[in-house]
Design a protein around this ligand. Structure first.
Ligand code: AMP
Length: 218
């Protein structure tokens, strides 16, 4: 199976579609945002710094991200492909990642841009809830994304939470970071001929089916 990198503005659907595809194709879902959130709960030197960066919508230092990603994709469950959600997020990270892949003798796979206007993504933030344990993402304003029981994760029964950075002010900062740092990746991957674009405002079923077509190489 080809690995997949999802690129999208914040709340563009990276978490949702990573989750759907990894479940269906039994591929590991690597969400760097989730990995970082877990690090902030530990009592480590970098925890406070990471928490501050995340709450201000800024990117965490490349060297931390590099080590966390390298350690994760080196595990055995990644031998047959994986889904990267939130990495790379800048040209420097994409270049680091190319070097990492060469070192580990792995393929890049394909890159999927989930395209969505800012206003639509910003509205999703208002209803978004996530599971602190398994990372599943819900949206109370979208019938197909509501939890079965109010505020409870369908998968692991944990109480759902609103992410600390899911507010209007933080969204604006995260969006600006996306435009400045992440958007240039679109041309970077276009030039490598590995970029596919999907309209992320379509229904969940439609977006899923388009992703599956890409995975199958139709
Ligand atoms: P996400 O869960 O993907 O929305 O990421 C939440 C936050 O984690 C971002 O706003 C950044 O502060 C941080 N973050 C996630 N991915 C990266 C990355 N690749 N590089 C640096 N910081 C990141």
């Amino acid at each position: 199976m080809r690995s997949i990198i999802f690129i999208a503005p914040p709340a563009g659907g990276k978490g949702t579609f990573s989750e759907i595809i990894c479940k269906k194709y039994k591929m590991p879902h690597i969400s760097i945002g989730e990995i970082l959130r877990e690090v902030t709960t530990r009592n480590e030197e970098m925890s406070k710094y990471i928490n501050e960066q995340m709450n201000s919508g800024k990117l965490v230092k490349d060297e931390y991200i590099y080590e966390l990603i390298k350690e994760r994709i080196s595990r055995e469950d990644c031998d047959n492909g994986y889904i990267l959600d939130g990495f790379p997020r800048s040209i420097s990270q994409a270049e680091d990642y190319d070097r990492m892949l060469a070192e580990l003798n792995k393929d890049l796979g394909c890159v999927i841009l989930l395209d969505i206007p800012k206003e639509v993504a910003a509205k999703r933030i208002a209803g978004r809830l996530s599971c602190p344990k398994c990372g599943k993402v819900y949206n109370i304003y979208n019938d197909s994304m509501k939890p079965k029981k109010d505020n409870i994760c369908d998968e692991c029964n944990s109480t759902l939470v609103k992410r600390e950075d899911d507010n209007e002010k933080s969204y604006e900062l995260r969006y600006n970071t996306y435009i400045e740092k992440t958007q240039p990746l679109i041309d970077y991957y276009k030039n490598k001929n590995v970029l596919y674009t999907i309209d992320s405002t379509l229904s969940i079923d439609e977006v899923t089916s388009r992703i599956e077509k890409i995975i199958r190489g139709d």
